[in-house]
Design a protein around this ligand. Structure first.
Ligand code: IPD
Ligand code: CA
Ligand code: CA
Length: 266
């Protein structure tokens, strides 16, 4: 049992898994419901459903009951800090892939990262439609439905299938990833836009994608998935510092080859 100042990370892992699965089952129950309530957030492309909100409420309720001193950063409700705050913080994306979910497309997940003094110690991603669970504890490897996983070993972009994504302000901000797609696509075996950053990272971790890059991610999109990639032997490399979290993921050789072709400002 590994403890980081009075908390047992395996206890945190078990709870994060249970709660991610509970939220995921709620998502599956409401999936493709004809009555799904939806509104927009930053612009018309950026949607939120009643299920995103219900899942965040459920997760916050569990976390604050079991770990009252821990902080929480949730996509839908922002920062929650208790009076006797500790150095632990839960970073929660209650439903990653909301656009897919609202359309009835099955790639969506729950993503929970848990940090100690700003460093992610535990990552859990549950993909309800596929019933796939990805998890990692820092220093202990990464898991996919109970099996240890490793990133792809490919080193030639011509043999690689990568994923990427596009920011919600793609219509108004010229730094919107289109130039990167033009620079990379011709050299790749395939490029996917799956619609869930957390799931993209998990696919990189288990080697069913050979790499991934995206700009303008937020902490809740990447917190759990980045640890899962690193614990699967991959690396996460930043490529812009003017668009929130902008990262490349994969094995070191592939990350360097993707990075070389990207429009960067680091
Ligand atoms: C989005 C998804 C998408 C990525 C966006 C994210 P959301 O998260 O991860 O794949 O391209 O940048 O904001 O809004 O579905 O939680
Ligand atoms: Ca997200
Ligand atoms: Ca979300």
């Amino acid at each position: 049992m590994r403890r980081t100042e009075t908390e047992d990370v395996h206890d945190i892992l078990r709870h994060a898994i249970d709660w991610a699965m509970e939220a995921g089952h709620l998502q599956r129950d409401k999936f493709r419901s004809s009555h799904l309530q939806m509104t927009t957030k930053s612009n018309i492309h950026d949607v939120v459903t009643e299920v995103d909100k219900a899942c965040e409420a459920l997760l916050i309720e569990h976390i604050t009951s079991r770990y009252p001193s821990h902080s929480i950063l949730g996509e839908e409700t922002g920062q929650h800090t208790s009076a006797e705050t500790s150095d632990w913080q839960w970073v929660v994306d209650p439903l990653d892939g909301t656009n897919n979910y609202s359309q009835g497309l099955p790639i969506y997940c729950v993503s929970i990262g848990v940090q100690y003094k700003g460093e992610t110690q535990v990552g859990v991603v549950y993909v309800p439609f596929l019933d796939e669970l990805y998890s990692a504890v820092r220093g202990e490897g990464a898991n996919w439905n109970g099996r240890f996983i490793r990133v792809s070993r490919k080193t030639d972009l011509n043999e690689c299938v990568l994923a990427t994504g596009f920011p919600y302000d793609k219509g108004t901000n010229p730094i919107n990833n289109l130039d990167n797609v033009c620079a990379l696509l011709p050299t790749l075996r395939g490029l996917r836009r799956m619609g869930s950053a957390a799931y993209d990272l998990c696919c990189v971790a288990c080697g069913i994608l050979d790499g991934y890059w995206e700009l303008d991610l937020k902490p809740w999109d990447a917190c759990a998935g980045a640890l899962i990639v690193e614990e699967a032997g991959g690396i996460i490399k930043p490529f812009r510092n003017d668009r929130h979290i902008s990262i490349v993921a994969g094995n070191k050789t592939i990350v360097d080859k993707i990075y070389e072709r990207l429009n960067k400002n680091v």
